[in-house]
Design a protein. Structure first.
Length: 158
């Protein structure tokens, strides 16, 4: 059971997201339901650690066995979702993810994967492109520029 509940037109979520970086780019996704880009990840299940949830989501969404480098941010967000028009209160833990032992970079600049009934479209977005994109979470449009240089190097494919 996901740690998420709805009361009236409000929903609470506990989520995790992967920050996957390569050469000044971040891996973002969208699907047929959402007109904006967002990061791979998902809801934490009851009894599951945030780390376990992130690794499960990476397997489900990207079909990779990723490695967590470290947590980067804990963000509390309040927003109205474009898709279901619910008012969200969301806690999300963002983790830096190492993809060096995966084939993710070989999949190209853009690729699509099917998960259940939905197709996820992935794209490597350049950091300097983020401010002009319809992209959530909004804080990342600026915070991505404050990461130490060594963080972007750990995720390079060798």
């Amino acid at each position: 059971m996901d740690i998420s509940y709805t009361t009236g037109n409000r929903r609470f979520n506990l989520r995790v997201c992967a920050v996957i970086l390569s050469e000044g780019r971040i891996l973002a996704m969208h699907d047929e339901r959402s007109p904006y880009y967002y990061l791979p990840g998902g809801r934490v299940r009851l009894g599951e650690t945030a780390e376990q949830a992130l690794l499960r989501e990476m397997d489900e969404e990207l079909h990779i066995q990723a490695e967590i480098v470290r947590p980067l941010w804990l963000n509390q967000g309040f927003f109205t979702e474009d898709v279901d028009e619910l008012q969200y209160h969301e806690l999300c833990v963002y983790f830096l993810v190492d993809i060096a032992k995966t084939d993710l970079l070989r999949r190209g600049e853009r690729f699509s994967l099917r998960e259940g009934r939905h197709t996820h479209d992935f794209e490597w977005l350049r950091f300097d492109r983020l401010p002009g994109e319809y992209f959530y979470p909004a804080f990342l449009k600026t915070e991505i520029f404050h990461l130490p240089e060594r963080f972007t190097l750990r995720t390079e494919y060798e």
